[in-house]
Design a protein around this ligand. Structure first.
Ligand code: CTP
Length: 414
């Protein structure tokens, strides 16, 4: 997630709040948006104020709140907020609010704002699973998406009572990620609906003994951003990762440590997938021997060298599996190239060579090095297509890079 601070001064965001218990989490979202420099107007429904008081929303946003259309009549607030907004984000969007928005009602400040807004609108639903799955709610969500509204798939997990399932409000950071992407000019088309996307993310850990491992600097942020945005665009996403980052909403996560585990899960999941995106930084080598017990200083087992053996190339194995008919022939394979550039070639030249060597369909080429990409929130590079296309992605947030990669995936899958 980007935090552009002062860069967003003058950006106006309306945060609508529906009447659900998850309204307490919206306080965190307001905080993230104001900290990123946005001017935030909070518009709660009357029911939302039964869960969180107006004083909390006013203190966090620094602006007055009102719920009905007769508040602040001289400034025509019920239309002015929507007209002036750069983004409207509603969290939680309850089943009732989705129904009223889909029907085009304008019976309170929030629904009037939704009708007058000409900027992107992002709704983060939260409700019990039965309500989310009800045909009436499905119809309302479909209507809103056809109208161009971005409706996030809710997270799965613990709901208000003892029940758990789909319908949990995504975490504030997950909503803010999409809000800031839309403010940065990114789009969230519902164009991956029904597609099964596998994403690998983070570095691998190759065990030396029960305490130590060989690892690398990959944080997993880029892969997680791709998984989050693919799910927000409707894909059924499986994320295979070692990264210590929160699982994005509506994403199934498989935890792995070593390249061997990553390979096993990736090949299995790929056999059912439409797209595999290999953002993980896979260790090329592993110790040829793993000690059962901790290697102690001064003991007879004290090593004076670690011998390494080559790990299998998982991307090459995926290409071979597709050629052998073990994956769908249309399964799109996306690789990453972490390059530093050297005397034998530039970052882009190494990327082009790697694309033809690896045999995948798209290759995302990043320039890496200390402080360049690993662990940071920004990224830049090229998306190379085996058809010969080259897209330059200027340095920007990892979410913008993720959006461009998914655009290339959709374009290539047509
Ligand atoms: N990759 C893989 N299995 C490996 C090594 C890499 O699947 N054992 C994948 C990565 O997930 C990435 C792509 O291959 O999508 C390129 O990774 P990179 O480390 O840049 O390239 P290498 O193949 O390791 O080549 P080199 O280190 O020689 O540049």
């Amino acid at each position: 997630m980007t935090t552009a601070g002062d860069d967003r001064r003058g950006t106006r965001v309306v945060v609508g709040v529906g009447g659900g218990i998850a309204a307490y989490k919206t306080c965190g979202l307001i905080r993230l948006l104001t900290e990123s420099g946005c001017h935030v107007d909070v518009v709660p429904t009357a029911a939302a104020l039964k869960f969180v008081g107006a004083a909390t929303f006013e203190a966090l946003s620094g602006n007055p709140v009102s719920t009905d259309v007769f508040s602040d009549v001289p400034s025509v607030r019920h239309v002015a907020l929507g007209q002036k907004a750069d983004l409207v984000v509603v969290a939680p969007a309850t089943a009732d609010l989705l129904a009223r928005a889909a029907a085009g009602r304008a019976d309170d400040q929030l629904t009037s704002t939704l009708l007058t807004a000409r900027c992107p609108v992002l709704l983060a639903p939260a409700m019990h699973t039965e309500m989310w799955e009800h045909p009436a709610t499905r119809r309302n969500v479909d209507t809103l998406r056809v109208d161009g509204v971005h409706v996030m798939p809710p997270a799965r997990g613990r709901l208000t009572g003892a029940d758990s399932g789909a319908g949990r409000l995504p975490e504030p950071a997950d909503i803010a990620r999409l809000a800031l992407l839309l403010l940065d000019g990114g789009d969230l088309p519902w164009d991956l609906a029904g597609r099964r996307v596998v994403v690998t993310s983070g570095g691998t850990r190759e065990e030396i003994d029960p305490v130590r491992f060989l690892g690398n600097r990959s944080s997993g942020k880029q892969g997680h951003a791709i998984a989050a945005l693919a799910a927000a665009r409707g894909a059924d996403v499986t994320l295979i990762t070692s990264a210590d980052l929160p699982t994005p909403p509506a994403v199934t996560e498989i935890r792995i440590e070593s390249a061997g585990e990553l390979r096993e899960h990736t090949l299995r999941c790929a056999s059912e997938a439409d797209v595999v995106i290999k953002a993980a930084a896979v260790a090329d080598f592993r110790p040829d021997h793993v000690s059962e017990s901790k290697l102690k200083k001064g003991s007879r087992a004290e090593p004076n060298e670690i011998r390494l053996v080559r790990n299998p190339d998982i991307l090459a194995d995926l290409v071979a599996a597709r050629d052998a008919g073990q994956l769908a022939p249309t399964c799109l394979l996306v690789g990453f190239a972490a390059e530093t550039g050297d005397a034998s070639g530039s970052v882009l030249e190494h990327g082009r060579a790697k694309l033809s060597r690896k045999g995948c369909d798209l290759l995302v080429v990043n320039e890496v090095g200390r402080g360049t990409t690993f662990g940071r929130d920004d990224n830049g590079g090229w998306i190379l297509d085996s058809d010969g296309g080259e897209i330059l992605v200027e340095r920007g947030s990892k979410d913008v890079m993720a959006a461009r990669i998914l655009d290339a995936v959709v374009a290539r899958s047509r």
